[in-house]
Ligand binder design. Structure first.
Ligand code: GLN
Length: 531
């Protein structure tokens, strides 16, 4: 019998519900339980693929090619759960499905309503995951904050599910307990109000997870317990920590997983974070030498835009026993003032994915700087395309070589659209998405990293390396070290006479975990450390 944990949020957004859900998943896994995680997003977009990073942060891609919320990245980094498009439910998806059914005549004769049709669709989408995966526990995170109009149907659906489950479901409410500097006190009132709103909807919290800067006093804990109608032991403090990877241990020390197991009447052993502590937490603390990596992008002011990249770099640093410092460089600043001012002294340069031509010339200058100054370079997706454009222009003498994403009719289109992409008019979910096979050439840096012939990596792009230029660039020292065997598409390039210049068309950052670093991130940081 599958158990359910519904994670809701109160007071404000960005409380780390995703990390909390992922940490609960991690803790239950160490007890020998199998978990699945679902994120419900109340927006009307069918998926976040059509939003820009300022709106949404990173778009996380799963193996099956779903464009999903970045919280799924946390779920995969913390747990062994394999996620698919079913693990991210949006209002857009739910309505799309209900409206399609209505047009087909599935509800013939009926008025289609939020309750029961939309709520049933939500409940069935949640149950589908638990049936498909045969898991012990499904953790369902509801995006947004209790009280939002948008999330009401999701909350109503989990209220109904909780009733149906008869003791096999609990609600963990993540809330903010702010510290008011001038009063020198932490305040529980916003939490009381958010639980009040939750109760109006008919949901009683079972566990309060309190985000706080300061340690919760016994007094505050008791007050929260009393007002929110939970046992004082169920008031768990989630204090700010330096690294998100410390969260599972912090929660476990307060007995969170024991409490969950008790409330859900689950069997299973004791939680054991020994391995996690050894492979993840100790390296985080023990490193003394610092490696600085410059990340050149156009959303650098936004913490969430390159989430998986930053995490994967961190995994690389942990694995190489160094501390990571990230120098966030705005590619438009490079356009204005040149690369030297921003990139000099960096141990490595990374150009992440991106869309559109804003800031692109700055990225091209950054790739040139890395190549000419022998600074380790890691290009990802657009970062590979910029490296190719730069090499074509400045090494092969192809004046104004470019990607057709930036100039439609260019004389040397070294990056261009595949025939099949040219016909596409609809923007949603039509890129080259998800896992594709790639063959690695022996004797290359890519092979040194992966140590195998065939790999599988996740994609999210429309444009590709234009094979018409392969010979020309190859003759000048570009190595095509990763090729998709079915379509002969270039997936990895590197440079011969350079300490470490590797770029890939896919997104390796999505597959890196703190306890299983991605080989390219591992070797990039190693090269940066050497530099
Ligand atoms: N804009 C490029 C393309 O669509 C790169 C995409 C990316 O970096 N994810 O091909």
């Amino acid at each position: 019998m599958t158990r359910y944990i519904f994670v809701t949020g109160g007071v404000v957004s960005s409380l780390g519900k995703g990390i909390a859900s992922a940490s609960i998943g991690k803790l239950l896994e160490t007890r020998g339980l199998k978990v699945a995680l679902i994120k419900c997003d109340p927006y009307i977009n069918v998926d976040p693929g059509t939003m820009n990073p300022f709106q949404h942060g990173e778009v996380y891609v799963t193996d099956d090619g779903a464009e999903t919320d970045l919280d799924l990245g946390h779920y995969e980094r913390f747990t062994k759960a394999v996620l698919t498009r079913d693990n991210n439910i949006t209002t857009g998806k739910i309505y799309y499905s209900v409206i399609s059914k209505e047009r087909r005549g599935d509800y013939l004769g009926k008025t289609v309503q939020i309750i029961p049709h939309i709520t049933d669709e939500i409940k069935n989408s949640i149950k589908r995951v638990s049936h498909a995966k045969k898991v012990d526990v499904v953790i369902v995170e509801i995006g947004g904050t209790v009280g939002d109009i948008e999330s009401l149907p999701f909350l109503e659906a989990i209220r109904q599910l909780k009733l149906e489950m008869e003791g096999r479901a609990i609600n963990v409410h993540v809330t903010l307990v702010p510290y008011i500097q001038s009063a020198g006190e932490i305040k529980t009132k916003p939490t009381q109000h958010s639980v009040g709103t939750l109760r109006e909807i008919g949901i009683m919290p079972d566990i309060m997870l309190c985000r706080t800067q300061k340690t919760l006093t016994k007094d505050a804990r008791e007050k929260i317990a009393l007002f929110c109608n939970v046992h004082p032991d169920a008031v768990i403090q989630a204090i700010d920590v330096q690294s998100i990877y410390e969260v599972p241990a912090n929660l476990s020390e307060q007995g969170l997983d024991s409490l969950i197991v008790r409330l859900l009447k689950l069997k299973g052993g004791k939680s054991d974070l020994t391995e996690w502590k050894k492979t993840v937490l100790e390296p985080l603390k023990s490193a003394s030498r610092e490696v600085e990596v410059a990340v050149v992008g156009k959303y650098i002011v936004l913490q969430d835009a390159y989430k998986s990249i930053y995490e994967a770099l961190q995994h690389g640093a942990m694995n190489n026993n160094v501390k990571l410092a990230i120098r966030k460089v705005d590619s438009e600043d490079i356009e204005k003032n040149g690369p030297e001012k921003y990139l000099k002294g960096a141990g490595g340069i990374l150009i992440p994915g991106g869309f559109g031509d804003r800031g692109i010339e700055g990225k091209i200058s950054a790739a040139r700087f890395a190549r000419e100054q022998n600074i380790p370079y890691f290009g990802i997706c657009l970062g590979m395309q910029t490296a190719v454009v730069e090499f074509a222009r400045n090494v092969c003498g192809l004046k104004n070589a470019d990607s057709t994403e930036f100039h439609r009719s260019v004389k040397f289109p070294v990056i261009s659209l595949l025939e099949e992409q040219r016909k596409i008019k609809i923007k949603g979910a039509t890129m080259r998405l998800g896992a594709y096979e790639c063959r690695i050439k022996k004797g290359t840096k890519a092979y040194a990293a992966y140590k195998k012939d065939t790999i599988s990596e996740r994609h999210r792009h429309r444009y590709e390396f234009n094979n018409k230029f392969r010979d020309m660039l190859g003759k000048k020292g570009m190595v095509f070290s990763g090729i998709n065997p079915q379509r002969k598409l270039v997936e990895i390039i590197e440079l011969k006479n350079h300490p470490w210049f590797v770029a890939c068309q896919f997104h390796p950052e999505f597959k890196s975990k703190p306890d299983r670093v991605h080989p390219l991130f591992k070797d990039f940081i190693k090269a940066a450390r050497g530099h």
